[in-house]
Design a protein around this ligand. Structure first.
Ligand code: 6GU
Length: 273
C-alpha cells in the first residue's frame, strides 16, 4: 500500500460519541491519529435531526415497540462529509460477518464511514445509503458502537506504522489462518509450570517449528473450522496426523474452499427471494 496516500479516515456516526472517543484518543489508535496515520471524526447524529428538539427517531410504521432512526437524518449526516467516503458501513446484526479478510480489504481504503444504530434500529431505507452492512458476530448488542470500536481496532492496526514490528509479526501469525502459538516470559517456573526447553535453547529453526506445531495443535483443539483455509503444508499434515487428526479430516482441510454464495451461479430452477 502507498503510504503517500495519507491517513485512513474513519467517520463514525453515533448518538453516543462519548462511547467511541476513547478508542480514537487512547493507546495505539490515539497515537496513530496524532502521527497522522489515521484520522477520526466522531459525529453526533443528533446534529442532523433538523428539528429544535434534536429528535432523530420516530415510532415504527405499523406499530410496535421502540423507536426507529429516521433515514433523512442519516442522509443529512452523510451529506455533511466534505467528500464522499469510499464505503458507508451500516452496523447491524443482520450484516455480513466481520472477518480478518474484510478487515484487510477495508484497510486499503482511504475513508470509511460507519453508522452506529441504537434503539430498534434504522429505517430500512438507510440500507440504500450504505455500501455494505456488517455484523461482528451472532449475538445482539444494544447498539453499533462496540462493533464500530472492533472494526476501528482491527482495520486501524493493519495500516503501516500503526503497530510496532513485534506486534506486526504476530499479526502475520494470525493472518496465517491459525490461532497464535503460546508465549512465555519470566519467571521460568510459575505454579510448577515451566517454560518449554526448546524456547530456552536458542535453536531458531527448532523454535519456529515448535511454534508452528503449537499453533496447529491449538487450532485443531479449539477451532478446527479454521483449518480448511489455513494453507497447510505437507509437514503441517504430518503434525496434525501425529496430533490425532484422521486422514479423512486432512483431505477435507486440503480441499479447495467452496465458492462463496456471490460467485456461485444461480441455477435456472432456483427461485429468488
Ligand atoms: Cl454491528 N450491532 C448490534 N446492535 N448488534 C450486533 C452487531 C452489530 N453485530 C453483532 N451483534
Amino acid at each position: 500500500m502507498n503510504p503517500e496516500a495519507g491517513p485512513l479516515r474513519f467517520s463514525l456516526f453515533t448518538l453516543f460519541p462519548e462511547l467511541l472517543l476513547p478508542f480514537t484518543q487512547e493507546a495505539l489508535l490515539g497515537k496513530a491519529a496524532r502521527q497522522g496515520l489515521l484520522a477520526f471524526d466522531v459525529i453526533q447524529l443528533r446534529d442532523f435531526a433538523g428539528n429544535r428538539h434534536h429528535k432523530v427517531d420516530s415510532p415504527p410504521a405499523g406499530g410496535g415497540a421502540g423507536m426507529v432512526i429516521r433515514v433523512d437524518v442519516v442522509e443529512r449526516a452523510l451529506a455533511s462529509l466534505p467528500t464522499p467516503p469510499d464505503e458507508v458501513i451500516l452496523l447491524t446484526p443482520a450484516g455480513q460477518p466481520f472477518t480478518q479478510r474484510l478487515a484487510e480489504q477495508l484497510s486499503e481504503r482511504q475513508h470509511l464511514a460507519l453508522l452506529c444504530g441504537r434503539y430498534e434500529g434504522f429505517d430500512t431505507r438507510v440500507e440504500r445509503l450504505a455500501t455494505r452492512e456488517v455484523s461482528i458476530g451472532d449475538y445482539v448488542m444494544m447498539g453499533g458502537e462496540a462493533a464500530a470500536a472492533c472494526i476501528v481496532e482491527a482495520v486501524g492496526r493493519l495500516r503501516p506504522g500503526v503497530i510496532g514490528d513485534a506486534e506486526s509479526h504476530r499479526a502475520d501469525s494470525f493472518s496465517s489462518g491459525l490461532l497464535d502459538y503460546p508465549e512465555y516470559t519470566r519467571p521460568p517456573v510459575w505454579q510448577d509450570e515451566t517454560i518449554p526447553e526448546v524456547l530456552l535453547g536458542g535453536n531458531h529453526a527448532a523454535i519456529e517449528r515448535w511454534r508452528r506445531d503449537q499453533a496447529l495443535a491449538r487450532t485443531l483443539a479449539r477451532r478446527p473450522d479454521l483449518l480448511p483455509n489455513a494453507g497447510l503444508s505437507p509437514e503441517d499434515s504430518r503434525t496434525l496426523l501425529a496430533l490425532g487428526a484422521t486422514v479423512e479430516q486432512l483431505q477435507h482441510w486440503h480441499a479447495p474452499p467452496p465458492p462463496s454464495p456471490k460467485r456461485r451461479r444461480r441455477s435456472p430452477s432456483s427461485s429468488p427471494l
